[in-house]
Write a protein that binds this ligand. Structure first.
Ligand code: DGY
Length: 333
C-alpha cells in the first residue's frame, strides 16, 4: 500500500490545539508553537517550498512575498475573515488561489461592537477603573456623578451592512436604537423590514444625522479613509463612533484631532491604522475617558478560532482534492 503524500502546509501563527492537531493529522504541517510572528524573510523562504500558506491578519503577504512563491505553491488559505493583508491581485496573477474564513466571526464581532457601543456613552471603562485604580477612594453613589448618555431611543448609522453590520443592527434594535445604514447596495426588503432600517445612499447625509456610527465595512482600496477628516467633521458634537472593522477605514489622525477638540463625544476602537502600534495620543484620550480602546479582540473567542480553523482545513482539503474551495476570495474589481 502506498501512502499518499501529504501537502506541505506552513502555518504562520499558533492556532488552538484542536486545529493544530487536525492539521498535523491531515497535512505535513509546519506549526508555530511559540507564536513568534514570522519575518518577511521567513515568509519568503516558506513560500518557496510549501504547497499551502496559512497566514493570519498579522502577516503582510504582499506582491514581494507572492512573487517568491515556488511553482508548487497554489493556495493561500488565510486564517482570517478580512484579506486586506494579502495582495489578492498579485496572487491571482501568479495563479494562486486565496481563501478566507467568513461567517464564523459574525456574532462574536457583533457582540463586541455592541459592547463598545455601550461602553463609550455609558463610561464603562472609566467606571471599572474607579474601583481598581484607586480602591477606597470611591465616596459612594451621587446623583450627578459618572453620568453618561442614554442609548435607548438614539439613532445608529451602520457603515457597511454586510453580515457583521446586519448582526450589529439586530442587537442595536434590541437595545432600542433606530437603525440607519449606508452600504454599496441596499439590503433586501425583508431584512430592511425586520430591522425597520433606513437606507442612506449618501454616507455624508447619514453621518450628519445619527448619534452613533458603527464602522463595519471591510478594508479595501475603496474604503481606505472612507471616514475622512471631511466626513468626521459632519458628525454631531454629541455623537460617538465605533470601529471593529479595520483601522484604515477611518483617518485616525483626523479622528484624534476632532476628539481632542471635543467635536464629537467619544470613540470605541478595536482596530488601529498601524497595528500593533497604537497612537499614544489615543492612549492618552483613553486615559481621559474619551475613548475606549481594545487590542483587536472583537472576534476573539475560542469557539470562533476553532470554527476558523475548520474553515481553513476544509478550504485546503477541497483545493487539494481538485475542487473549488468554498471560501475563495477574488481580487477587487
Ligand atoms: C479577521 O479575521 O479578519 C479578524 O479581523 C480577526 O479578528
Amino acid at each position: 500500500m502506498t501512502t499518499k503524500k501529504k501537502p506541505k502546509v506552513y502555518v504562520t501563527r499558533k492556532l488552538p490545539d484542536a486545529v493544530e492537531t487536525r492539521m498535523r493529522e491531515l497535512f505535513d504541517a509546519e506549526l508555530n508553537i511559540d507564536d513568534r510572528p514570522r519575518t518577511k524573510d521567513e515568509l519568503i523562504e516558506a513560500v518557496r517550498s510549501v504547497d499551502v500558506l496559512v497566514p493570519t491578519v498579522t502577516d503582510r503577504i504582499d506582491a514581494e512575498v507572492i512573487d517568491e512563491a515556488g511553482p508548487q505553491m497554489k493556495l493561500i488559505a488565510s486564517f482570517s475573515n478580512g484579506t486586506d493583508h494579502i495582495d489578492v491581485e498579485a496572487a491571482a496573477r501568479r495563479g494562486i488561489t486565496v481563501t478566507n474564513t467568513p461567517n464564523v466571526l459574525t456574532e462574536d464581532t457583533a457582540d463586541m461592537t455592541m459592547a463598545l457601543i455601550l461602553a463609550v456613552p455609558r463610561r464603562l471603562a472609566e467606571g471599572a477603573r474607579v474601583l481598581t485604580d484607586n480602591p477606597g477612594e470611591w465616596a459612594g453613589w451621587s446623583p450627578t456623578w459618572m453620568l453618561g448618555r442614554r442609548i435607548h431611543g438614539k439613532r445608529i448609522g451602520i457603515v457597511g451592512m454586510g453580515r457583521i453590520g446586519t448582526a450589529v443592527a439586530r442587537r442595536a434594535k434590541a437595545f432600542g436604537l433606530s437603525i440607519h445604514y449606508h452600504n454599496r447596495k441596499r439590503v433586501n426588503p425583508a431584512t430592511e423590514d425586520e430591522l425597520e432600517a433606513t437606507y442612506w445612499d449618501s454616507l455624508d447625509q447619514m453621518l450628519a444625522r445619527v448619534d452613533i456610527v458603527s464602522v463595519n465595512c471591510p478594508s479595501t482600496p475603496a474604503t481606505y479613509h472612507l471616514i475622512s477628516a471631511r466626513r468626521l467633521a459632519l458628525l454631531q458634537p454629541t455623537s460617538y463612533i465605533v470601529n471593529t472593522a479595520r483601522g484604515d477605514v477611518i483617518d485616525e489622525t483626523a479622528l484624534i484631532k476632532i476628539l481632542r477638540e471635543g467635536k464629537i463625544a467619544g470613540a470605541g476602537l478595536d482596530v488601529f491604522e498601524n497595528e500593533p502600534a497604537v497612537n499614544p495620543k489615543l492612549v492618552k484620550l483613553a486615559n481621559e475617558g474619551k475613548v475606549v480602546i481594545l487590542p483587536h479582540m472583537s472576534s476573539a473567542t475560542l469557539e470562533g478560532r476553532i470554527d476558523m480553523g475548520d474553515k481553513v482545513i476544509i478550504n485546503i482539503r477541497t483545493f487539494i482534492d481538485g475542487h473549488r474551495p468554498p471560501n475563495r476570495v477574488l481580487p477587487f474589481r
